[in-house]
Design a binder for this molecule. Structure first.
Ligand code: BGC
Length: 935
């Protein structure tokens, strides 16, 4: 629909603006002003600011232009959406002509409100296309052959650092010079590596991303990054360069001391495009004209650490005027057909710096720094001393009983950085191509006592914007929430890893699926997971099996290509979660065929609908505590075929819903029937007539209840049995990775919020509180990672930074504070606010920056007085459940809620007053009974 008003607003805004409803936070493909994307029809989103209640968008108008000035001038040369009558504010696909490589697109949007009054224009935003076609890349992959050339810069007489001993070669330094003779309008650096790269231009680091290009299956898809380097160029001679590291490509990854998963030597592919003011352009590419040398990085490896000899620094190598006569020629490798794709995720960055909390000397040569927080990242060392002095940094999550570093649980990850001093002034060292999981830094060989700022912790993570906050009146719960967030920050690093410290750091699908919704509540992980789902798709087997890990690796002794139940199912559950949280239907479309193949793969091997055959590594309810069977090392007695069949049913039901959403009606019917058939088989095989679930484990009941696998008439009995099992353990949980995420939600839905709180607030073993009482600053891999009785668990598998058992975080947001999306109107288009006060908490508060703007739910109990503050973003609505004593009335502001502006409906339901409210901020008050259980 077009209207005359359409062309005036964004064009002139002058006088046309009549509403205070304002589009804000314009984003493209989940990112603010993304540089170098390769999505043909990028999707645009915005939120809406408003000062009054009940504000709605009735129409939008998007302008897209090739130059910024064309937008205010009202002359969009790429796309003019016209005035579109629609409430949509998220995922609106660019509708103009096909875009070319490197094309910059400026855009703005304005909206009309519920009275058809037009808004001001949003701030100008942009996106820029990357290199869209394989033949846009004109350079070659380059590296250094053999032992990297040594330019002979080593001077001094100091001792040699410890030999790395892994056959890891020094990092290549690569450089090329070029001349800029005319004024530059803009310049872009496109770069990637097989391995890791740090690009340099005229003595400066390019961009602030680390560990680029990130981890993908380099045999299938390699990401490149795009940087605006206009300001780094200068007239005359210029130098572009890069340092390479082994990274996931050729260094150690995973267990089994394996390296070289994709290749043996790192290589660089780079392209610098310069556009001059006069309309001409130049392209500098990586090719045989480059020169290379080995420098100070003697070895670098994600698991092993980095050895850096500052005496070998190539001072000035990346700046004009350097004499590279002693550098060698680079080796050149032609490009194969491997796809180069634009990086669509958030970059890995240093996001925070932690100061030493304490420093202890453990012997004459060794001091230990405690950062007070278990993190992923590295340490920055400041030091003065004689040239050749060798300082060693080792990293650990824990100390042993003697106060020394506990590194047994790192297995084969050496996690050691070595720095050899150059010997003048203060020297500052940070490694380039490694990261560690640690709280403690052991420093050996440091001359004298460490100054308080000699060692700082550098927190490194995929820099996903903060999205949600949760806090309440209970400090234990607040600590748990903090630990969950730190667990996420320590493990969302290019991919969702299991742990950041030992020789593993793999993208385990089981961990990711159980934690995905919690992750979304804490951070905006849409771009991060969208990228990782491409890794999952890349790893799907020809037969249809999703893997256990993505990117998939061939690790010695274990085939991880046939996804185990609850692991492979991430291929279905994570896209569904993104759809729920962000309303993203494209992610469903992109992965629909793969999901269908996964279901067909399970179905083909299991015609009777019980998932018995083809369960790959069949991890079961990993690290549960319900078994006493010493033969079952990981303590789960949940029957593995039951667990598998539950997930199979869950997948079928989710796929049926996705098929409906995508308009695939026939498929939807087929998957609905499949779900019913699996459910019937499940009931026949595992459910007794009195509501018993085979295996009698907490996880068995939790799965059956959560995944709707019980006859309605037996749900109450099954929930009672679940509670009895918990009571039988002295009110403790026994769930492993699989059951833990659904445990408190299931209890709450079944009317046992009191039991859920009891588990949450436990401080005795096993519980979240137990780890906190014993100093946890992250989520432990195992409930029994450390116990007072046994000390450390088997170091063969005992990480102190694994997020899976932190999947309880979802419950804080969705149930305690009670912020949820209406599953039928996902992406928080319609919001459900349903707090579940309990556990003696006197207040709880969550905020969530949804794709439609900020949502808030904050409740407080004072005696019998209950207050609920709610904020609902403009252009959305909510159903709000206010706990109310029987016969009580809800007040909003000074008057009965039913009379309040923005409140449009009211019902009484199960101890709640249920209100339908329009956007805005409200404060509801009610009287509640003495019993603090909401249900
Ligand atoms: C990982 C887990 C993973 C599991 C498979 C472990 O070694 O650390 O997080 O899910 O193996 O069960």
């Amino acid at each position: 629909m077009r209207s005359d008003k359409a062309t005036q607003g964004v064009a002139g805004d002058s006088g046309a603006m009549t509403t205070d409803l304002t589009p804000a936070h314009p984003r493209c493909e989940y990112l603010t002003n993304p540089l170098g994307i390769d999505i043909a029809r990028p999707r645009l989103s915005w939120t809406l600011d408003a000062t009054r209640r009940g504000r709605r968008q009735s129409a939008y108008h998007i302008l897209v232009a090739s130059r910024a000035a064309l937008i205010p001038a009202g002359r969009p040369d790429l796309w003019d959406s016209g005035k579109v009558a629609s409430a949509r504010s998220a995922h609106i696909a660019y509708g103009g002509p096909a875009l070319g490589s490197g094309q910059r697109c400026w855009w703005a949007v304005r909206v009309w409100d519920e009275d058809d009054d037009v808004s001001a224009s949003s701030a100008l935003a942009w996106w820029e296309m990357g290199l869209l076609h394989a033949d846009d890349w004109r350079g070659a992959w380059i590296g250094l052959d053999g032992d990297a050339h040594d330019d002979g810069a080593l001077g001094g007489d100091g001792g040699e650092p410890d030999a790395p001993g892994d056959g890891l070669a020094p990092s290549p330094y690569l450089r090329a010079t070029f001349t800029v003779a005319r004024p530059v309008a803009r310049a872009r650096l496109y770069a990637t590596a097989c391995g890791l790269y740090e690009a340099r231009l005229n003595g400066r680091r390019v961009g602030d991303a680390h560990l680029t290009p990130g981890w993908t299956d380099y045999d299938k898809r390699i990401q490149y990054q795009t940087c605006d380097v206009t300001d780094l160029l200068r007239a005359g001679e210029n130098v572009v360069g890069a340092i390479l590291g082994t990274g996931w490509y050729s260094g150690h990854v995973g267990f089994g001391q394996q390296r070289g998963h994709y290749g043996t030597r790192p290589q660089l592919l780079l392209q610098l495009r310069i556009e001059y003011d006069d309309g001409t352009s130049a392209t500098i590419v990586s090719d045989s004209s480059w020169r290379g040398a080995a420098g100070p990085i003697l070895s670098s490896d994600l698991l092993m650490g980095e050895t850096y000899d500052a005496r070998r620094e190539l001072a000035g190598w990346d700046a004009p005027g350097y004499d590279d006569a002693r550098w060698g020629l680079v080796s050149v490798v032609g490009r194969d057909g491997t796809r180069l794709v634009a990086d669509r995720a958030v970059p890995v960055r240093v996001t925070q710096e932690l100061a030493a909390q304490s420093i202890a000397r453990v012997d004459a040569d060794t001091q230990i720094v405690d950062l007070g927080q278990n993190i992923a990242g590295w340490a920055r060392l400041r030091i003065c001393g004689a040239g050749g002095t060798c300082v060693r940094l080792r990293f650990a999550e824990m100390l042993d009983t003697d106060g020394r570093l506990y590194t047994d649980n790192l297995r084969d990850a050496r996690a050691t950085d070595v720095y050899v001093l150059r010997g003048k002034d203060e020297e500052v060292f940070e490694p380039h191509f490694t990261f560690h999981g640690f709280r403690y830094v052991e420093v050996t060989g440091y001359p004298g006592d460490l100054a308080p700022d000699a060692v700082a912790g550098r927190v490194v993570e995929s820099d996903a914007p903060p999205a949600g906050l949760f806090e309440c009146s209970d400090e234990l719960v607040n600590t748990l929430q903090r630990n969950i967030v730190w667990g996420q920050r320590g493990n969302f690093l290019s991919i969702p890893t299991d742990c950041p410290q030992r020789d593993e750091r793999l993208g385990w699908l089981g961990d990711a699926q159980i934690f995905a919704r919690t992750a979304c509540a804490n951070r905006d992980v849409a771009a991060f997971f969208t990228k990782w789902l491409a890794d999952v798709a890349d790893a799907q087997s020809p037969a249809g099996a999703y893997p256990d890990i993505a990117p998939l690796l061939a690790l010695r002794g274990i085939d991880l290509s046939r996804g185990a139940p609850a692991w492979g199912d991430a291929g279905v559950i994570v896209p569904w979660t993104l759809y729920q949280v962000y309303g993203d239907t494209r992610i469903l479309e992109e992965h629909y065929a793969g999901m269908a193949r996964w279901l067909a793969y399970i179905g083909a091997a299991n015609p009777d609908h019980l998932w018995r055959a083809g369960r790959g590594n069949d991890f079961g309810d990993w690290l549960a505590l319900d078994g006493d069977d010493p033969a079952n090392a990981f303590g789960s007695t949940t029957p593995k075929d039951l667990l598998a069949t539950a997930y199979y049913a869950h997948d079928a039901r989710l796929l049926a819903r996705m098929a409906r959403i995508l308009g695939r009606t026939e498929d939807a019917g087929r998957y609905e029937a499949l779900f019913r058939a699996i459910k019937a088989a499940f009931v026949a095989a595992y459910v007794s007539p009195d509501g018993g679930v085979a295996g009698e484990t907490q996880t068995g009941y939790v799965l059956a209840l959560h995944m709707d696998l019980l006859p309605d008439a037996l749900r109450t009995a099954a929930a009672e049995r679940l509670v009895a099992l918990i009571a039988g353990k002295g009110w403790h949980l026994t769930t492993g990775f699989v059951g833990v995420g659904y445990l408190l939600p299931v209890l709450t839905e079944a009317g046992y919020a009191d039991v859920a709180y009891r588990l949450l607030l436990n401080e005795t073993y096993p519980s979240w509180g137990y780890s906190i009482k014993h100093g946890a600053t992250t989520i432990w891999e195992r409930w029994d990672g450390w116990t007072a009785d046994k000390g450390f668990e088997d170091p063969g598998m005992n990480s102190f930074n694994h997020y899976s058992l932190g999947s309880v975080g979802e419950w804080f947001h969705r149930y305690v504070a009670g912020i949820d999306t209406d599953p039928d109107r996902p992406g928080f288009a319609h919001i459900v606010i349903r707090p579940h006060p309990g556990g003696g908490l006197t207040h709880a508060r969550a905020t969530y920056d949804s794709i439609r703007g900020r949502i808030e739910s904050a409740w407080r109990i004072d005696g019998n007085a209950f207050t609920l503050g709610v904020t609902i973003p403009a252009n959305t609505s909510a159903t709000v459940y206010v706990p109310t004593r029987e016969g009580g009335e809800v007040i909003e502001g000074d008057a009965p809620a039913r009379l309040a502006d923005g409140v449009t409906a009211l019902a009484i339901e199960g101890g709640h007053t249920v209100l339908t409210v329009q956007s805005g901020t409200y404060e509801f008050r009610s009287a509640v009974g003495d019993d603090d259980r909401a249900e």
